[in-house]
Design a protein around this ligand. Sequence first.
Ligand code: QV4
Ligand code: CA
Length: 511
Amino acid sequence: MKFFLLLLATGFCWAQYDPHTKYGRTSIVHLFEWRWADIALECERYLAPKGFGGVQISPPNENVVIHDPSRPWWERYQPVSYKLCTRSGNEEEFKDMVTRCNNVGVHIYVDAVINHMSGSGVAAGTSSTCGSYFNPGNRDFPAVPYSGWDFNDGKCKTASGEIESYNDPYQVRDCRLVGLLDLALEKDYVRSTIAAYMNHLIDIGVAGFRIDASKHMWPGDMKAVLDKLHNLNTNWFSAGSKPFIYQEVIDLGGEAITSSEYFGNGRVTEFKYGAKLGTVLRKWNGEKMSYLQNWGEGWGFMPSDRALVFVDNHDNQRGHGAGGASILTFWDSRLYKMGVGFMLAHPYGFTRVMSSYRWPRSFQNGNDVNDWVGPPNNNGVIKEVTINADTTCGNDWVCEHRWRQIRNMVAFRNVANGQPFANWWDNGSNQVAFGRGNKGFIVFNNDDWELSETLQTGLPGGTYCDVISGDKSGNSCTGIKISVSSDGKAHFSISNSAEDPFIAIHADSKL
Ligand code: QV4
Ligand code: CA
């Protein structure tokens, strides 16, 4: 018994840090604003066969319907109730999605918006995705139910009732984030109500949660909620599995609140990752890829086993949240593929791939005045995700996760799972290479001249297909072929004007 207690005390119950993806699947994809019916199809036809571990979905609970501007994506971050009823689908469609995805080994991670309800300025009425009445003016959300007692108004000390300084941890937690009515998570009623919502989802079969706006909740209050959560559904998860928790905390340094305050609850989003990687690949501020040799904790990031990493997310791909102009997105596709490829090849953190929709970006004075535009829709009804003959998506869904270079690097990460970072090489500028034990090797040329080098790959001798320029197809390669000699060395030539100036090979791409 003592031994078990010791294990418990030393954090053995690591389970909430464990994504619970099926063995050998090491990434999740954020299918931002997708409908549940389309996610179920994508799990079966694409994500399972291509080795994705899971899907982060948009908030599944009832939200405000906003008409000015017309149906912005961010209306889903203004809850009205915890009914599973949104533009993505109803409870029946949600259950069908979770069951079908779990049945093919692709797990579901829910974006849980539990810090707040709607904006304080929203008009009272039934303008909500399930028709529930609510009245922000007097804090009345009868479909939960929440009333005035359940909000932090009395606790917030600022004149406006909103967060006015991010240097005061009390304001950041107890006041309204951009006017969003702030729930009183110190109250057991609120904690129990939120836990009941999350347990409903757990019992349906979800594997974990992205906790939205975690910086705006006290870690202890969040722990009180998390301690009320059920273990995962044993139809798909081993008994005693705890839900995977990753908390959205934007910490680029310099604020009163730091990511480490949240490590006791689960993993935390590492926003420094995407911000720095974008700066390096854009070669801003004298940054070079050769500086990436100590990427990870060496760059001041949180411990790898606490980090949820990504190149961009739904906020900073459109100028919300953090990272600024350095963030790489699908709009910068050539550098973006290099960034996602680097992330998926490198052992640091648990990786999330972004999958977006196209919107009519329109910059005025450096700001995208259309940053609010919601998902592709017909009069407010989200469009289905159509699949083209070339496997890309139609209807303005970008489907980055289906880009060959990205899909194949998700597989690379699976093959290299558990293998150490090895065989680093660089030219002192922007040509770098590294391997993952004896399972994988990747080479980048981000300089303005040719890369032509013979490098130690660490791989067994043989002929390998480059999974960036093509695929292994039967006994041949549709793209570049790399010959590794018996001593593990191979010659790489990468033109700086190549469509994708990087090459990746791994054990499963060997002929
Ligand atoms: C406006 C005024 C307020 C006023 C209020 C009155 O700005 O001063 O009091 O009206 O109601 C939308 C509008 C915003 C509006 C607000 C409330 O953009 O102008 O306030 O609604 O009506 C998303 C969007 C926000 C959006 C919000 C709610 O990014 O623009 O606000 O949804 O619809 C910080 C946090 C971090 C957060 C990040 C964006 O630390 O946690 O900001 N990221 C998460 C989500 C993000 C979401 C929220 C948090 C809120 O990733 O998508 O914000 O749930 O860094
Ligand atoms: Ca709060």
